[in-house]
Design a protein. Structure first.
Length: 160
């Protein structure tokens, strides 16, 4: 199956710490992240954790998988999916850098489905789903921190 990669760089009107706090709050993903049905932490280390996430694309599939998440506080979060019946590969990376009073957020997701049918469907909806994920983090920031300092602006977007 082909590997899909989506990358987006966005300027967002919240602090690096605020955005990192949302992205690292795995237990609350089901409250705001589309397609995340459940989340629980299996184990923690000082700079990483193992999390079990359940994603759903009703009515087609609901899948649990384990993700090894590594943290560089306020700078980077990387999640590597493992033990999945749905994906051969799954990797998400969030990178945060402060620029004046706003934050540059680089988000990337790389995945490869095991099933050819799901791979085909993902190609059709991939951009929409990943943009919904990024937008959900911004909506969460608004809910927690109020009005952003600037309107969000996409600086680059790549899909391959």
């Amino acid at each position: 199956m082909p590997v899909c990669v989506f990358k987006e760089c966005r300027k967002i009107g919240y602090s690096q710490q605020q955005l990192y706090s949302i992205a690292s709050d795995i237990l609350n993903y089901p409250q705001f992240l589309p397609y995340c049905v459940n989340a629980r932490i299996l184990s923690t280390q000082p700079s990483s954790c193992l999390a079990e996430l359940q994603i759903g694309f009703p009515p087609l599939v609901t899948e649990k998988y384990t993700s090894k998440v590594t943290f560089v506080p306020f700078q980077k979060i990387e999640a590597m999916g493992m033990n999945s019946r749905l994906f051969n590969k799954l990797q998400n990376t969030w990178t945060f850098s402060q620029q004046d009073n706003v934050t540059l957020v680089d988000f990337s997701v790389l995945f490869e489905f095991k099933n050819p049918f799901y791979a085909h469907l993902s190609r059709l909806f991939f951009t929409q789903i990943t943009q919904e994920m990024i937008s959900s983090f911004e909506k969460r920031a608004f809910k927690l921190y109020g009005q952003p300092l600037i309107q969000s602006k996409t600086l680059s977007r790549t899909l391959y």
